[in-house]
Design a protein around this ligand. Structure first.
Ligand code: UDP
Length: 163
């Protein structure tokens, strides 16, 4: 059955969500996953993965010159992560709002209901990641889900194909 698209309604958007090694290690994966679903995100793909040094450095290459980079790479390669492609209207911004501020201790003050407030430890081990732009979402989804076509990122094109 073809989808009925009403012009003017915003189209779904995709983002890459990742549960980081601290939260996977603490067995928070299913609790965080449940929050994501209850907040109206559809999980299109999901997998457990273990970033190696090259993959972690590439994933966070924008921060390569920062003093926290070596520690961040050690942390991100310390154990498995759980990657998900999330879809909903406004997914990129809405997932970042649900995550909360980068520093979990700040999150507990500024956004106590956020995931980082509930599950994160500090400014590094902060339980979750989310893409911060469309370009980042495309790149980060490709990092974990190589077979997920970039044409899938363009919701308007997909909707036309379905019609
Ligand atoms: N990070 C850190 N120290 C800092 C800032 C960031 O260890 O002072 C880590 C933290 O895990 C964060 C990641 O580096 O999630 C990426 O930083 P960014 O500023 O992009 O924050 P995010 O987009 O994850 O909120």
């Amino acid at each position: 059955v073809p989808k009925i698209v009403t012009p003017g309604l915003s189209l779904p958007e995709k983002t890459l969500a990742m549960i980081k090694p601290d939260a996977v290690q603490s067995n928070y994966t299913s609790m965080i996953r449940q929050i994501i679903v209850s907040e109206g995100f559809h999980i299109l793909e999901e997998k457990l993965a273990h970033l190696d040094d090259v993959a972690a450095k590439s994933f966070y290459k924008e921060h390569a010159e920062r003093s926290f980079f070596p520690s961040l790479i050690r942390f991100m390669t310390s154990g498995p992560v759980y990657a998900m492609i999330l879809e909903r209207e406004g997914a990129i911004k809405k997932w970042r709002t649900l995550m909360g501020p980068t520093d979990s201790n700040k999150a507990r003050v500024q956004a106590p209901d956020s995931i980082r407030a509930k599950f994160g430890i500090d400014g590094e081990k902060n339980s979750v990641h989310g893409s911060d732009s469309t370009e980042a979402a495309i790149r980060e989804i490709a990092t974990f889900f190589r077979d997920f076509q970039e044409s899938n990122m363009d919701s308007s094109r997909r909707v036309h194909e379905e019609l």
